[in-house]
Design a protein around this ligand. Structure first.
Ligand SMILES: [Zn+2]
Length: 181
């Protein structure tokens, strides 16, 4: 009885070690496969578009996300954003220092911006922009919008009450105990 218990315990410990080993031995392609798996899982669960992402630090997956736009009524719930939120929560930090992002598709302009703000070490992407455009996820027009004059954008932009809006900027500059980022 006692021996059986010990054997079971040892077997489980060995298994745990094995798992840990395979985890740290993950190759970049293995992490990308995890991102792809997240995308597939999201499709099956009807959570949103076919996109997945994992964020890795020191070999450990600390953030995992898939597109949840339609299921959460959140146009910003892209896979990368979802994963960044989870990873930052895990790290208790607003920076993804030393992290690597594996995303199943080249990031859209919103996620590209979010990635730059989060400052990871590197980004690997699976499909590219063209692959996404081919199945109806074309974000090239957003890049084109950036260079257009405000009034020529498909959503017109107009400046309003600049002086009023500058007030928080002045306060920020004067603030001595601000957390810079
Ligand atoms: Zn995106």
């Amino acid at each position: 009885m006692c021996n059986n218990f010990n054997k079971k315990f040892l077997d489980e410990a060995a298994k745990a070690l094995e798992n840990q080993d395979s985890k740290s031995n993950f190759s970049d392609a293995d992490y990308m496969n995890e991102a792809v798996k997240a995308a597939l899982k999201g499709i099956i669960a009807n959570e949103g578009g076919p996109f997945g992402c994992v964020i890795v630090k020191n070999g450990e997956i600390i953030g995992r996300g898939n597109n949840k736009v339609t299921s959460t009524n959140d146009p910003t719930a892209h896979a990368e954003i979802t994963a960044i939120r989870e990873a930052c929560k895990h790290l208790n930090s607003f920076q993804l220092e030393g992290c690597i992002i594996y995303t199943s598709c080249e990031p859209c302009p919103m996620c590209l911006g979010a990635i730059y703000w989060a400052r990871p070490e590197k980004v690997y992407f699976g499909c590219n922009q063209q692959d996404a455009a081919d199945i109806g996820f074309d974000d090239e027009f957003i890049y084109k919008e950036i260079d257009l004059d405000y009034q020529n954008r498909s959503i017109p932009f107009e400046q309003l009450a600049r002086n009023q809006a500058l007030e928080p900027f002045k306060k920020w500059q004067e603030k001595e105990d601000k957390i810079k980022y």
